[in-house]
Design a protein around this ligand. Structure first.
Ligand code: GLY
Length: 562
């Protein structure tokens, strides 16, 4: 798909064009095959910013930082400086890196902070407004990434500053998405943010974010302190007071990103490198991949009844463990070794009944909310062989909908990723228990699964996706599609996906899921619901000296390379 966005043209400096492409008239590109370096992200201007940095001599980390910061401007629904995320990377020296810049619960957070006097869960408070926000981690993450980069932050942040200060033409999808949130922006802000437009947004309108540009300049000049201290911190605290939020100066100045040991496990001749806790992604991706490793998936075939049955049951088993056992390991003892051990995997796979749907008999769960799965993913590969895979999030679309007045950025609603009451589903319908209960300073459980596949120690696949709880199943299916069904990256990204997460006990399928397979699965006892798009998966495949980047057709995702 190629889409030409043409906004009205404004006179801007040539340097802005050189750094991002023309921000008022640009193309969405879904696939490229290049030889030196490539970036794929949720927006063409962000991918353009990344590749311009590679061409200037930056490495994959430089490009990832420039792309991530540009996304905070051009993709405000999920790109962010007020949220958090994870990075998985592989250095050409062979070292793997996992960086955790997940948001944390504020120091004043309590286990029952979202329960009313009768003990009922107030998901309206965990999902919207000031109280929904965890302490943002993105800027601490970017300065941790900088350790592996080559260029100064002043160079890497400049495209984002220009895009915010001079504006860019919004896409049709962004206009639709902003229009859908107009009432929420008005409800949760006392100072009207730039995202509110009387009469509504249209494709090609220019979005200028002066306050955000100023905040980015402070970060450029003062480093992470330009966000966690000084003027920006003061504006966050004032915003907290306006909405009875609980983030304090000590919460902000005390926030630190953490490097963790990447989860690495073999799958046939490959090594998979992915994110450990507090993302559930690595543990359950490992469980799912290991459960299918010995099964004849290849002979079953893509979207065959047998393959969907097996993969659904594997997803059910892994998500049941997620709900019970997974949480922030810094606060709760999680039996990761047992959950991923060969003997446990053997016991679990033995529970699957051939030719019959399993059941998830347990506490009630809610309905998935596809419109809210606003996370975003980017991949970069450079000519030296470095690979970076970053998933970052505000949680729901435009986070808690609160824009920090004067600072111009949205805060996350990540507190909803905690289990606010055992058995009460979060906005993705996921339930949890003690392991993921709220505690001050604790990181809420995530599904984000930035992932690399290494073949003989060299980067072969870089992938990841947004999509709430569908993230890990989408990464799982993309890997199986490429490694077992020999699919092209384009097909692995775009062919219909399905999702089961234990509760609710049903398979969610995308439009295009074959009707005869659906009927055959229903005869086996499965409940099946069609829903909107599952994930927006980005893939870079490196093979035979060629770098193939593919952006998901489900959104404005776009590739750039050289
Ligand atoms: N907020 C989505 C996730 O972290 O999984």
């Amino acid at each position: 798909m190629r889409l030409l966005i043409a906004g009205f043209f404004m006179l801007v400096t040539c340097s802005l064009f050189a750094q991002t492409g023309n921000p008022y008239s640009y193309e969405i590109k879904k696939r490229t095959v290049v030889t030196k370096g490539a970036v794929v992200s949720a927006h063409p201007l962000a991918s353009g910013a990344g590749v311009a940095i590679l061409q200037k001599g930056g490495n994959a980390f430089d490009a990832a930082i420039a792309t991530q910061l540009a996304l905070a401007v051009v993709y405000p629904g999920a790109g962010n400086i007020g949220g958090g995320g994870f990075m998985v990377a592989h250095l050409s020296t062979g070292r793997n890196i996992a960086l955790d810049f997940r948001e944390k619960a504020p120091g004043a957070a309590t286990r029952d902070m979202y329960l009313d006097a009768n003990g009922n869960a107030r998901t309206d408070l965990s999902q919207n407004g000031h109280l929904a926000s965890g302490i943002p981690g993105t800027i601490a993450g970017i300065f941790s990434e900088l350790k592996y980069a080559r260029l100064p932050i002043s160079t890497l942040i400049q495209p984002a500053i220009d895009l915010a200060g001079k504006g860019f033409a919004i896409t049709e999808a962004e206009a639709r998405s902003l229009n859908a949130s107009q009432n929420a922006f008005k409800k949760y802000n006392t100072v009207t943010p730039v995202f509110v437009k009387e009469g509504g947004w249209r494709a090609g309108d220019t979005l200028v974010q002066k306050d955000l540009a100023r905040t980015l300049q402070l970060i450029r000049d003062k480093g992470a302190a330009g966000f966690y201290e000084g003027e920006t911190a003061r504006l966050i605290l004032e915003e907290m007071q306006r909405g009875r939020g609980i983030i304090t100066a000590a919460d902000l100045s005390g926030y630190q990103a953490k490097e963790r040991e990447a989860t690495v496990f073999p799958y046939k001749k490959y090594n998979i490198v992915t994110m450990p806790l507090p993302s559930s992604g690595g543990v359950i991706l490992q469980q799912m991949m290991k459960m299918v490793e010995g099964q004849p998936l290849r002979s079953y075939g893509f979207l065959s009844v047998q393959a969907v049955h097996l993969m659904t049951e594997v997803e059910r088993l892994a998500y049941a463990d997620r709900a019970k056992y997974l949480g922030d390991r810094d606060y709760y003892s999680v039996p990761v070794d047992t959950l991923t051990s060969e003997s446990y995997i053997r016991q679990r796979i033995a529970l699957i009944q051939p030719d019959k749907a399993g059941t998830s008999k347990d506490i009630q769960a809610g309905v998935l909310s596809p419109a809210s799965e606003e996370t975003t993913h980017l991949n970069v590969y450079d000519r030296e062989g470095n690979a970076v895979s970053i998933t970052t999030t505000l949680n729901g679309g435009y986070g808690c909908k609160v824009v920090v007045a004067g600072a111009g950025f949205l805060l996350n609603n990540e507190m909803d990723d905690f289990s606010i009451k055992p058995g009460v589903p979060n906005m993705y319908g996921a339930v949890g228990a003690e392991a993921n209960a709220i505690a001050p300073g604790k990181r809420m459980l995530s599904s984000m699964t930035p992932t690399l596949v290494l073949d003989k120690g060299k980067v072969f696949i870089i992938t990841g996706t947004p999509g709430g709880t569908t993230i890990t199943t989408s990464v799982f299916q993309t890997l199986i599609d490429m490694l077992e069904f020999n699919m092209t990256p384009e097909d692995a990204v775009n062919k219909p996906k399905f999702h089961h997460q234990w509760l609710p006990d049903e398979i969610f399928v995308e439009a295009g899921f074959p009707i005869e397979i659906r009927e055959a699965l229903q005869k086996m006892g499965y409940r099946i619901t069609q829903r909107g798009g599952i994930g927006r998966t980005e893939v870079i495949k490196v093979s035979g000296g060629k770098i193939e980047a593919v952006g998901d057709g489900r959104g404005d995702d776009s590739v750039e390379g050289y």
